[in-house]
Structure formats: structure tokens, C-alpha cells
Design a protein around this ligand. Structure first.
Ligand SMILES: C[S@@+](CC[C@H](N)C(=O)[O-])C[C@H]1O[C@@H](n2cnc3c(N)ncnc32)[C@H](O)[C@@H]1O
Length: 316
């Protein structure tokens, strides 16, 4: 590579061979870290009296290591006051990081499960074009309100069933660069979340997104995986070759019947799609969640403060 073709920025040099994004070499390497920490590292929990703590002390002690990852009020919250009406909105700043890695400025991003628009707000924040679908008109309205409050351009949204994505996008003749989505895992395992159950087991399932039977979050596992596969197969028709499919996923607590590493099951389902190859994952550690003394003082029950960001690529 001739030096004269490199572009210098304050964060390093841009390589003209990079056709994927606008990152410098330094920014690229930073992104490859499989742990996505938005700020610093958490403090380590130390102390010899760990098992002697009361339940309250345990929780309070754990809470010390939790920082709010992204503010939930003020201008840095990106209209969280509106978005929080959805059971699981994604922080637009997090989606921004993914979009900035997987696309260039002016690129096109598809989100078949928009919700209140974490992905689409991030498109507007980064100079990308977004297109999205959600079953719920109410969530799409909240997304539009959030855009307006933030003074951001609203991206194109369709109220509809992502299972009919091919039909919804049928007139589109320009490929997407990235599919970035956060599917509804909600009621997939058909378990109710009550305060008591949550306290004992750590199950943290969002309440149903909608009451519709075609809401993937209301489906039993087998139907859920088939439906998710169908949505991704249809998305691929509109994705460029070598474009990425990035899917969020949170695991559930293991049971005697199943390990409940939902991310592994999602990968198993999606790698059956011809031409789609699993490329690895990143982990998002959500420091805005509280730690609870699940299982205390009898058994280990994990606090799942992280989510998987599963990364696939359309190969040809
Ligand atoms: C986990 S949420 C997405 C949240 C989003 N990332 C955000 O930032 O708000 C999943 C969304 O998928 C929607 N959904 C469920 N089934 C759907 C379907 N068949 N077609 C389109 N949207 C669906 C739900 O209404 C819900 O808003």
C-alpha cells in the first residue's frame, strides 16, 4: 500500500483497501474486542467475607460495581423517557458502534424488529439510511416521537409482520449493507415472570411485546426458530454479498431440561441458512442493570448482565 493513498485522521490512518467502514486501523482493532464495554472496566469485587454478607449487604456490595452504562435522563439518554415505554429498548449509542463498524457513511441498514428504534435512531445519528418493520404501530409511533424530540430525521418504517418482509420490501431495488436486529425472545420459553420467581431464579423475561399470535415473542421455541429463520432468509434477499447480519440475543437461566444458552440455539438455527456463515460474537455488558442476590445463600445463580451480539455474513 502506498503511503500517499492513506487518509490521516486524529485517531490514526484510514486504509484505502478498507471497503467495509470508515474506521482507522486503530479503531478497527479496538472493535475486535469480544467484550463491548462502553466505559472503563468494572471494579473487581474482593473481600474475604463474601459468604458472610446478609442479603441486603450482598446486593448493596454488588451494586457498587454497577455503573449506569448510558444515562436514562438528559440529552445523553436519547429520549429514554419515551423509549422506556417499550419492554426492552436498545441504547442507540450501542447500535451506533455496530453500525459504524459494519457500514460506511450513507450505507443502508435493515431492522425487521424495530421496536422503538434503537437501530434506526443510530442510523440517523451516524448518517446512514435505515428501514424497519414492527408489528406494533404504537412502538413505531414512539420511535417517531423519540426522533422528533431528538431533532433527528425519521427513517422509513413499515407496520407489518416481518414474516412477510419479502412482500413489504418488494419494490426495493437497492441492497442493504447490514441487517441489525434484536428479535423478540419474550415468551419463547413460555414462562411467567413474577417478582418472586425473578428473585429466586434470575429469570428476566420481558413482558410480551404485543398480544399478537404472529409476534415471535409469543411463540413456542420450535415455531420461534423457524420464524426467525424465515425472517433472516427474506432479509438476505435484500442484503449485499459480504453484508453482515447482526443479531442480539440474551440467554436464560439453565434448567434441568435445557442449557438455555439461547445464543447457541439461535446460531444453530441460522447456520442452516445456505450462504450465511457465523463469524463470531461480541458481548455487550449492560452495566445499567442491577445485580441481585439470586439464590442467596444456597446456590449459584448467575446475574446475566450481558447479551450476545451474534455476527453472521452473507457469503455469496
Ligand atoms: C426486542 S424488541 C426490539 C427492540 C428494539 N431493538 C428497540 O431498540 O426498541 C422486538 C420487537 O419485535 C416486534 N415483533 C415481534 N414479532 C414481530 C413480527 N412478526 N414482525 C415484526 N415485528 C415483530 C415486537 O413488537 C418488538 O417491538
Amino acid at each position: 500500500m502506498s503511503k500517499s493513498t492513506e487518509t490521516k485522521t486524529e485517531n490514526g490512518k484510514r486504509d484505502p483497501r478498507n471497503k467495509l467502514n470508515d474506521l482507522t486501523g486503530k479503531e478497527w482493532i479496538f472493535f475486535l474486542n469480544s467484550i463491548e464495554l462502553a466505559e472503563g472496566n468494572p471494579e473487581l469485587v474482593t473481600g474475604e467475607r463474601l459468604n458472610d454478607l446478609s442479603e441486603e449487604e450482598w446486593a448493596a456490595h454488588q451494586a457498587k460495581i454497577i455503573d449506569t452504562l448510558y444515562p436514562t435522563s438528559g440529552s445523553e439518554s436519547y429520549a429514554h423517557n419515551i423509549r422506556k415505554k417499550h419492554p426492552s429498548p436498545k441504547p442507540p449509542q450501542l447500535m451506533q458502534r455496530l453500525i459504524e463498524f459494519f457500514t460506511k457513511k450513507g450505507g443502508w441498514v435493515l431492522d425487521p424488529f424495530v421496536g422503538v428504534g434503537g437501530t434506526l435512531l443510530a442510523c440517523s445519528m451516524t448518517g446512514r439510511h435505515g428501514v424497519g418493520v414492527d408489528l406494533s404501530e404504537a412502538y413505531l409511533d414512539l420511535y417517531k416521537q423519540a426522533s422528533e424530540e431528538l431533532g433527528l430525521e425519521s427513517q422509513t418504517v413499515y407496520q407489518g409482520d416481518a414474516m412477510h418482509l419479502g412482500e413489504i420490501l418488494k419494490d426495493r431495488d437497492y441492497p442493504f449493507d447490514l441487517v441489525l436486529t434484536d428479535p423478540p425472545y419474550g415468551g419463547m420459553l413460555s414462562r411467567k415472570r413474577t417478582g418472586e420467581r425473578k428473585k429466586k431464579t434470575g429469570d428476566d423475561l420481558p413482558t410480551p411485546f404485543t398480544e399478537e399470535s404472529n409476534d415471535l415473542g409469543n411463540m413456542a421455541p420450535e415455531q420461534f426458530y423457524e420464524s426467525l429463520k424465515s425472517v433472516i432468509v427474506q432479509s438476505l434477499k435484500f442484503l449485499k454479498v459480504k453484508g453482515y447480519v447482526v443479531v442480539f440475543c440474551k440467554d436464560l437461566q439453565p434448567t434441568a431440561e435445557h442449557h438455555n444458552m439461547i445464543h447457541a440455539d439461535v446460531v444453530n438455527a441460522l447456520v442452516q441458512i445456505p450462504n450465511l456463515r457465523f463469524r463470531g460474537y461480541k458481548i455487550w455488558y449492560d452495566k445499567s442493570l442491577n445485580l441481585y442476590p439470586f439464590g442467596y445463600p444456597y446456590a449459584y445463580v448467575s446475574n446475566q448482565l450481558h447479551q450476545f451480539i451474534l455476527i453472521f455474513r452473507k457469503e455469496k
